[in-house]
Structure formats: structure tokens, C-alpha cells
Design a protein around this ligand. Structure first.
Ligand SMILES: CC(=O)SCCNC(=O)CCNC(=O)[C@H](O)C(C)(C)COP(=O)(O)OP(=O)(O)OC[C@H]1O[C@@H](n2cnc3c(N)ncnc32)[C@H](O)[C@@H]1OP(=O)(O)O
Length: 415
């Protein structure tokens, strides 16, 4: 339809609130869920057309996740627009469902299969997931193997419908790993904004780790984790690894090598990787997957370096540089010109890669375009930016681990 007016951005005229009790529904005093982008629910330009002074307020119940929408406007150029608008907002799940009680006891974290009432609850959480988990899409709950962990709290209000509030949840998928085990992938984690930063996300991850250990899962992965989730995950895993004795000899030997070498002239090189049998032991005992263990390994090494020892810190950075260069540019060409490059993926962070072959003396059209010195310079700058950002991530997690695990750090390598 051709727009008849300038339209209004959904972000400007629409607000979403969380209502913790029935009195809060309809009240502007309830907790707003902004900021997030509502525009992408409304066409290519994010605008709503055909209304004057349009105001849309949506309240989502923190108990049942039913949503209630209040739409007001002074006039509309086309009455049929109203039903279309309702239809769009219904896409955000605003219709009256009755609450079915899923959490029935006082456990802080409930662990339920995504079937029946739990599946209904997940469906009602979908609008919040779309709004608050960047780049998310609803999971297919008809598929076998989904489970949901809920963080719940006893409600202070005497509510007729439930004694519990849902503060957050994680959707996890169990999938088959050859020949006879199961991997566990965390697909979505959300802690509702009023309750973020109170340790619930951390507790969800810790619970998933302990379930994986007790059920002897092959390993745990996270589907496309946000930076903050990755920071929390690495902090927890490093703290677990600090008290995991089997890593200590290899870790201390790597720290000594870093101290003794001098990589500044680039006449020698050092691979900062753990022994492969150690990665297997860590996966078997702690359920940390190999890629995540490699991240933590770098952080654990950094934690054991002396902040005053410039040369060792430079060696550490040089190793990170070489490793990233290898990953991004695929510098290590194997036999027969075979190269393996890791590919970004939102499916499984460990299993997506591309293999390609380069042939010496092939047809001229097949040959790689020769890189000009200026291309190399930009490449070098970009590479250094990636290395800087990885160093920042390492330092951030190391700071958190130092402040949370002082007692554990004292048993680490003293070099
Ligand atoms: C796969 C995916 O779903 S990716 C998308 C993830 N989800 C989202 O982005 C949605 C919006 N965000 C959220 O829902 C939440 O912020 C989450 C899930 C990312 C994190 O949950 P929260 O409950 O907010 O985090 P939580 O309070 O547990 O954070 C941990 C904090 O406690 C600290 N912490 C507390 N105790 C410990 C401890 N024992 N060990 C380590 N860290 C600890 C952490 O360092 C961190 O603090 P800091 O940020 O001040 O450094």
C-alpha cells in the first residue's frame, strides 16, 4: 500500500513494559523493557503509517507472559489499518492466553522438557526473546531433545494465579554424538531486564555445567554467544580450571617457556597450545569443549604472568598474534596445498570450517591474485585490531577471575 503520510517510527510510538502483578498491567509506572529495536517488526523502514498521534503500550506479564496491548490514536486515514496494526502486534503475541502453572515447587532453577505446559510457556516467551536476544529466532519446539531451565522466585504478592515469578530461562538442546553420547548446546539464555546483573545468568550456566557433569554429557557448547555471555562463561570456566590439577604441569611449563623465549625479533616462534590429551581430559571431566578450553587456556596463562615483566607480556601477545593470523588468513598450508579455515556460524561453533586446496602451476585463472604492499598494510592493521580486542577480552576475564578467585590463584604456578 502507498503511504499517505510521513509515518511514525515504531521505536517512537511504542513502549513495552513488564508487569509483575495484575495492577501493573495498564500502568505507565511498571518496568519498561527499553531500549531495544522495535522498528524491525514494522516493514523495511520501521514506520507505521496512517495514524495521527499513535501510542502503543504493551504490558507483558512476568508470571504468565501473556501480553496486553493498549493502542490509542486521534484519527486514522483508513479504518482497515487498525486491524492490520492489531495483526502486527499479535505477531508480538498479544492475545489473551490463560496461565498454566509450570513451576510448582520452591526450587530456584527448574529443569523441564519442552513439552506440554512448558512448551506453551516458551511460546509466550518468544516475543521477549525476539526483542531482547539479539539476532534470535524462536526454536522449533516440535523437535526432540529440547529442555528449558527456569529461574524462578517466590512472589512477594499473594497472586491468585501463581506463587512464582519467572526471572529468566535457558533453552538447551541435547543432540546425538557418535557413537553413544549426547552433546548439550545452549541455544538461548535470557534474564529479564529487571533481574539482570543479579547473578541469575551465572547460576543458569553453573546449573547447566553441573547437569552435564552428572549426566556425563560429551561436552557443552553455546550457539552464537553474545560478548557478555561469553565473558561470564569464560570467567566461570577459568575458575573451574584453576582448581583442576591435571592442567597445572602443562600450564606452568608453558608459562616458563614464555618467560624464557624472546619473540620480539621473530627469529623463533612458540605455539601457545595445550597438549591435545589435556583438552580431552578437560572435556571428559569438566565438559568444556575444545574451542572454549583454548580460550580459557590463554586467560589462565595470562593470569600467571607478571604484569611488570614487559618481555614476557610481549611474547604472550606475539603468540596470540600468530594464532589469530593462522586462523584468519589460513597461513598454515598443509600437505597438497590443503588449507582449513574456520567459518563463522550460528549453528555449532566447533564444527563449521571450510577446506580448500591451492595448486602450484595451475591455470593462470585459478591462481590467487598477488597481494600488493598496501593490501598487506591494511591486513596488518586489521589483524592488530583483532589481536587488541582479543587481548582486551583476556584482560577483562582475568580481572574478574582475579577478584572472584583469589584463594584459587594462590595455588597456581609460581614462576
Ligand atoms: C546463546 C545466547 O542466548 S546469546 C544471548 C544472551 N542473552 C542476551 O543477550 C539477552 C540479554 N541479556 C541477558 O539476558 C543477561 O544479561 C545474560 C543472560 C547475558 C546474563 O545474565 P545476568 O543475570 O544479567 O548476568 P549475571 O548477573 O549472572 O552476571 C554475572 C556477573 O556476576 C559476576 N559474577 C558474580 N559471581 C561470580 C562468580 N562466582 N564467578 C564469576 N563471575 C561472577 C560476573 O562477573 C558478572 O559481573 P560483571 O558484569 O559486573 O563483571
Amino acid at each position: 500500500m502507498v503511504p499517505t503520510d510521513a509515518g511514525v517510527e515504531a521505536n517512537e510510538c511504542m513502549k513495552v513494559f513488564i508487569a509483575r502483578n495484575p495492577d501493573e498491567a495498564g500502568s505507565a509506572n511498571s518496568t519498561s523493557l527499553q531500549p531495544f529495536d522495535l522498528n524491525h517488526f514494522f516493514g523495511e523502514d520501521g514506520k507505521i503509517y496512517g495514524y495521527k498521534n499513535l501510542k502503543i503500550n504493551v504490558w507483558i506479564s512476568a508470571i504468565s507472559f501473556h501480553a496486553y496491548a493498549d493502542i490509542s490514536f486521534e484519527e486514522t486515514s483508513d479504518e482497515s489499518q487498525i486491524s492490520s496494526l492489531f495483526f502486527r502486534i499479535a505477531g508480538l503475541n498479544c492475545f489473551p492466553y490463560r496461565y498454566s502453572n509450570v513451576v510448582t515447587d520452591g526450587n530456584v532453577i527448574k529443569h523441564v522438557e519442552l513439552q506440554g505446559a512448558a512448551a506453551f510457556l516458551y511460546c509466550r516467551l518468544v516475543p521477549l526473546i525476539l526483542l531482547l536476544v539479539e539476532g534470535s529466532t524462536p526454536i522449533d519446539i516440535t523437535e526432540h531433545g529440547w529442555e528449558m531451565l527456569l529461574v524462578v522466585k517466590k512472589s512477594a504478592q499473594a497472586s491468585s494465579s501463581s506463587n512464582f515469578l519467572v526471572l529468566g530461562f535457558a533453552a538447551v538442546h541435547h543432540f546425538y554424538h557418535y557413537p553413544e553420547s549426547t552433546r548439550l548446546r545452549i541455544s538461548q539464555i535470557l534474564v529479564l531486564p529487571p533481574y539482570q546483573g543479579e547473578g541469575h545468568g551465572l547460576r543458569l550456566l553453573e546449573t547447566i555445567n553441573s547437569i552435564s557433569e552428572s549426566e556425563n554429557i560429551y561436552d557443552v557448547t553455546i550457539e552464537d554467544p553474545s560478548d557478555y555471555l561469553q565473558y561470564i562463561r569464560s570467567s566461570i570456566d577459568c575458575l573451574r580450571l584453576l582448581t583442576f590439577d591435571p592442567i597445572k604441569p602443562a600450564l606452568c611449563s608453558m608459562v616458563s617457556s614464555l618467560k624464557e623465549t624472546n619473540l620480539s625479533k621473530r627469529t623463533s616462534s612458540l605455539k601457545m597450545v595445550p597438549p591435545s590429551d589435556l583438552a580431552v581430559t578437560v572435556r571428559q571431566k569438566l565438559k568444556i569443549n575444545k574451542k572454549q578450553f583454548l580460550r580459557c587456556w590463554e586467560i589462565l596463562i595470562y593470569l600467571n604472568l607478571d604484569a611488570e615483566d614487559r618481555k614476557t607480556l610481549d611474547n604472550f601477545r606475539a603468540c596470540i598474534y600468530d594464532c589469530i593470523k593462522g586462523e584468519i588468513l589460513g597461513t598454515s598450508t598443509g600437505p597438497n596445498g590443503k588449507r582449513l579455515v574456520q567459518m563463522p556460524s550460528n549453528f555449532d561453533e566447533e564444527t563449521c570450517f571450510a577446506v580448500y586446496w591451492t595448486q602450484d602451476g595451475g591455470d593462470a585463472d585459478d591462481q590467487t591474485v598477488e597481494q600488493q604492499p598496501e593490501d598487506l598494510k591494511t591486513q596488518e592493521q586489521q589483524l592488530n585490531e583483532v589481536v587488541d580486542s582479543q587481548m582486551e577480552e583476556i584482560v577483562e576475564v582475568a580481572k574478574n577471575v582475579t577478584s572472584r578467585g583469589k584463594d584459587k590463584l594462590s595455588v597456581s604456578c609460581s614462576v
